[in-house]
Design a protein around this ligand. Structure first.
Ligand SMILES: [Zn+2]
Length: 224
């Protein structure tokens, strides 16, 4: 068990370093000027991909950028929406990458979207079920078992998120390159910024899997 807590310590440390790195990269590439703003790039990318029913909106906060498949909106945080920097256009194009995935029925995205309702319910109840399940372990193993199955849905979700995110970034960079929005100098910067963002999803998936394994170990130990 001590070894296990060490794994969580290491994951927490990596998670801190990864988000720190992302912040630094966004700051750095947020200084490099380009011709278009995030909004302009997003609108052009959607248009050139034949997407006419998705609107580009500005949303409050930073790092709040996301694509909403229900409302069909690309939501860009205020700096990404308005600024003409490598960081802004990279994030804007990435979110449009999700819109393109949606328009072309990219299957990992469909699977991920299908899991959203289950994950929302699971997130609400699973911590309680797991806690009470562990407390009642002497009486019955079933509640913990149910909690583990529910938690596995969340872990699966975080794993499916990885190809979805990596693919959106790939589409973003390919299009930025093809449309001539990035050049030999700014393309590696856009790639680097998006890679830094992808690492945060990798760490989240790892943390989720480690937690799942921890509950499985508790469950199995009680069965002996
Ligand atoms: Zn994304």
């Amino acid at each position: 068990m001590i070894g296990y807590y060490m794994i969580f310590g290491v994951i927490a440390l990596i998670s801190y370093l990864v988000s720190n790195n992302l912040e630094k990269k966004m700051q750095k590439y947020g200084q490099v000027r380009v011709q278009q703003s995030g909004k302009e790039v997003a609108e052009q990318m959607l248009r050139e991909n034949g997407i006419t029913d998705v609107s580009v909106l500005s949303t409050e906060g930073s790092l709040t950028d996301h694509y909403d498949p229900m409302k069909k909106t690309v939501n860009l945080s205020t700096p990404v929406f308005g600024q003409r920097t490598v960081a802004a256009i990279a994030v804007a194009a990435h979110e449009c990458g999700h819109a393109v995935q949606h328009a072309t029925a990219y299957s990992p995205l469909r699977l991920r979207s299908a899991l959203v309702p289950a994950v929302n319910i699971s997130n609400k109840f699973t911590p309680w079920i797991l806690t009470i399940g562990i407390l009642l372990l002497e009486v019955t193993p079933y509640l913990l078992g149910v909690g583990i199955v529910l938690f596995a849905i969340t872990s699966l979700f975080s794993l499916i998120t990885l190809p979805v995110e990596i693919n959106a970034s790939k589409r973003a960079v390919q299009w930025l390159d093809k449309a001539g929005i990035v050049d030999a100098q700014t393309k590696p910067m856009a790639v680097d910024a998006l890679k830094s963002a992808a690492y945060t999803y990798v760490v989240a998936a790892l943390a989720s899997l480690a937690t799942l394994v921890q509950y499985l170990l508790i469950f199995m130990r009680s069965r002996r």
